[in-house]
Ligand binder design. Structure first.
Ligand code: PLP
Length: 375
């Protein structure tokens, strides 16, 4: 049985009439940017997260960058970011000229370890930028407590966590503001790049609204040095069609994750993701760890099971950051995770039978190799 890591077509098959109607509505309106669809999506998404404001922008990277711009974060400032995660989070910081200060993860949950934050704070620290990685929120109560103690702003990277909850509250409403991505493969994905900022802060939302559109809300009256970072009407209309389905699609992911947890429990050299009691993850990815990850990936590929490594090179060792002075060994937990993590297929359109096939393929690897080890 072939089990692809990700397929987008079944989402279209399930929502064909809604998505086709969205397309026709926009084409018939003749209005393509900053119109009724975006306004409606912003209101609907803000309500789903439980915040006052949602500002639609071009993508998740720029959502975070626009918040940092709006705060005036720049050269000389420091922003604490996870050492283990996607490089886009770091790029938002370096694009405004500030310095990313990496914080090592709690390896059992993959998220930023809040116990390590205090030691990283300096007089230059302005923002803590945790990621809710793989669909599970970071320990936001602890992070917010440290931030409050030091007067810091908390910006969530909520790109992988649409609908995830921390003690009952939704990702995107847990800090002062959040950057969200609607990249096609995310739990809530558009048909091209799209993103948003969510916040309860009126002034911040208003400034981001200016900054996404050349710094102006009234045409040719430019208040700030802004960007061009808008979400199109078409993408907003597609997202409106998909948003009502998010909860159900997340619930399917939760069911499949439980299936993995049961069938993969207790295997030698295979570590499963841990879920703290306060967390309600939405399983953007189901990530396991193995010290023989590359062999496992090969074995699965030979059996038709697609997997991906999120992410093989930690940001501090990326060529892009070569000029920043980091070296191998600086963030050993992030480096170990980069060597050991493997994302298994999980999505709203994977079947229980497909998950069973992945589990059987993994069990055959673990049994084969325990035999080898005992020789
Ligand atoms: C996808 C992603 C981003 C970037 O979002 P884009 O819309 O692709 O710019 C940022 N952070 C994380 C954790 C992501 O997964």
């Amino acid at each position: 049985m072939k089990v692809p890591i990700l397929e987008l077509k079944p989402a279209y098959d399930e929502l064909r009439s809604e998505l086709d109607a969205a397309y026709h509505r926009v084409m018939e309106s003749g209005w393509l940017l900053l119109g009724k669809e975006l306004e409606a999506f912003e209101a609907e998404y803000a309500a789903s997260v439980g915040v006052k404001h949602c500002v639609g922008v071009a993508n998740g990277l720029e959502a975070m960058q626009l918040v940092l711009m709006a705060l005036g974060v720049g050269p000389g400032d420091e922003v604490i970011v996870p050492s283990h995660g996607y490089i886009a989070t770091w790029l938002a910081v370096t694009h405004v000229g500030a310095k990313p200060v990496p914080c090592e993860p709690e390896v059992t949950t993959f998220n930023l370890d809040s116990d390590r934050l205090a030691a990283l704070i300096t007089p230059r620290t302005k923002v803590i930028l945790p990621i809710h990685l793989y669909g599970q929120t970071a320990e936001m109560d602890a992070i917010n407590a440290v931030a409050a103690q030091h007067g810091l702003f908390v910006l969530e990277d909520a790109a992988q966590s649409h609908g995830a909850r921390c003690r009952g509250r939704a990702a995107g409403s847990l800090g002062h503001a959040a950057g969200v991505s609607f990249y096609p493969s995310k739990n809530l994905g558009a048909m091209a790049d799209a993103g948003a900022v969510t916040t309860n802060d009126d002034a911040l939302a208003d400034k981001v609204r200016h900054l996404r559109n050349y710094g102006s809300k009234v045409r040719y009256h430019n208040e700030y040095l802004g960007m061009n970072s808008r979400m199109s009407e078409l993408q907003a209309a597609f997202l409106r069609a998909k948003l009502p389905r998010l909860e159900e699609w997340n619930a399917r992911r939760v069911t499949l994750a439980a299936r993995y947890q049961i069938q993969l429990a207790g295997l030698a050299d295979l570590r499963l993701p841990q879920v703290p009691t306060w967390a309600s993850p939405v399983w953007h990815l189901f990530v396991v760890r193995s010290s023989r990850r590359d062999a496992l990936q090969k074995h699965l590929a030979a059996l038709g099971v697609g997997t991906v490594i999120h992410y093989p090179i930690p940001p501090h060792l990326s060529h892009a950051y070569a000029g920043y002075g980091w070296k191998k060994g600086d963030f050993p937990l992030a480096e170990t995770l980069a060597d050991e993590v493997l994302s298994l297929p999980i999505g709203p359109h994977h079947t229980p039978g497909q998950i069973d096939a992945v589990c059987a393929a993994i069990r055959s690897f673990c049994q084969d190799s325990s035999h080898l080890l005992s020789k």
